[in-house]
Design a protein around this ligand. Structure first.
Ligand code: FMN
Length: 309
């Protein structure tokens, strides 16, 4: 099950996706505890790293407990990529976000906008490689039209160490099913490891995607459910899908809250992340409403401790 990206060993083929306002150090650690082999920070704009914005400083916290560690960055200028190296050198892997479709990111000519210019993207990869980073890219199939094969060949030429493919165009919503056929085509076009992403929610999905490529990256399925990785690993070993365990998930939420309590400050996203654990039981929406009104982690913890299911 082990895999390698550049010179980094990863204990299995399951990746927690980068997720804005979710994958801080604590969330990454809890997903790793339940089996994720690799995890990345949320997407960080290089400008905000260079300006030492408070949010990026928090999101860039890492720990020897997360090994190997990964940061995801995006930007629009090669010069910025040249400047950012020394700010991020504690991470084992650096991933370039070329998939974010948000207007703010695209207006800044970064995120999925980069898919329009494979040569520029290749140069960004080569700048990071010159720094000595294990470098990956997370791409979509294209911006408005599919040019994924051109993109992957270009980044491979510049030395990329692995490619994650979110199998949709930038302008396609989640209602459009991810097209895994294209992940297969990418895998057949390059020699570096390919990680598949999009609509992977259970053990069977992972089994199918690992038939096509080298790794499976999970985003929505892991929001409010770190144990998804444990269930998937169980499936890969035993061929049986375990049921989601609500009680266990509440206990994992309590662990996550305890970890967040070790921070000096109360990060605003913790409430929304915690709410994502509270789904699918009677009265859950009432608990979510109450949680959103909490003012600190002690209040959240008390509320969650008293949940009756
Ligand atoms: C709340 C949320 C935040 C996301 N943030 C990021 C991000 O920071 N960087 C990134 O590359 N993709 C981000 N994505 C996209 C996911 O990583 C992933 O590519 C996409 O959701 C498809 O995977 P899924 O079908 O497993 O959800 C985000 C998605 C969601 C739902």
């Amino acid at each position: 099950m082990m895999m390698k990206i550049g010179n980094v060993k990863i204990k299995n083929r399951l990746f927690l996706a980068p997720l804005v306002d979710i994958t801080d150090l604590q969330y990454r650690l809890i997903c790793r505890e339940y089996g994720a082999g690799m995890a990345y920070t949320e997407m960080l704009n290089i400008g905000s790293i260079l300006n030492k914005s408070k949010k990026s400083e928090i999101m860039m916290k890492t720990s020897p407990k997360e090994s190997p560690s990964g940061i995801q960055i995006t930007g629009n200028s090669i010069d910025d990529f040249k400047k950012v190296g020394k700010f991020i050198d504690k991470f084992d892997i650096v991933d370039i976000n070329c998939g974010c479709p948000s207007t703010r990111t695209i207006d800044n000519s970064s995120g999925s906008f980069l898919l329009k210019d494979p040569i520029k993207l290749g140069k960004m990869v080569s700048v990071l490689k010159d720094f000595g980073f294990n470098t990956t890219v997370k791409i979509r199939l294209g911006f408005e039209k599919n040019n994924v094969i051109k993109i992957v060949k270009e980044v491979e030429k510049f030395g990329v160490d692995a490619i994650t493919v979110h199998a949709r165009l930038s302008n396609e919503s989640r209602n459009v099913k991810a097209d895994w056929e294209w992940i297969k085509k990418v895998k057949n076009s390059v020699g570096v490891p390919v990680i598949g992403n999009g609509d992977i929610f259970n053990g069977k999905d992972v089994e199918k995607i690992l038939d096509i490529c080298d790794g499976a990256m999970i985003a929505r399925g892991a929001i409010g459910d770190p144990a998804i990785f444990e269930r998937i690993l169980y499936y890969l070993k035993n061929g049986e899908e375990l049921d989601f365990d609500l009680r266990k998930n509440i206990n994992i939420l309590l662990k996550y809250i305890k970890m967040e309590k070790m921070n000096d400050e109360f990060n605003h996203w913790v409430k929304r992340v915690s709410c994502c654990f509270l789904k699918g039981f009677s009265g859950s929406s009432k608990y979510r409403d109450r949680l959103m009104k909490c003012n600190n982690l002690n209040e959240i913890e008390k509320l969650v401790q008293n949940i009756k299911i």
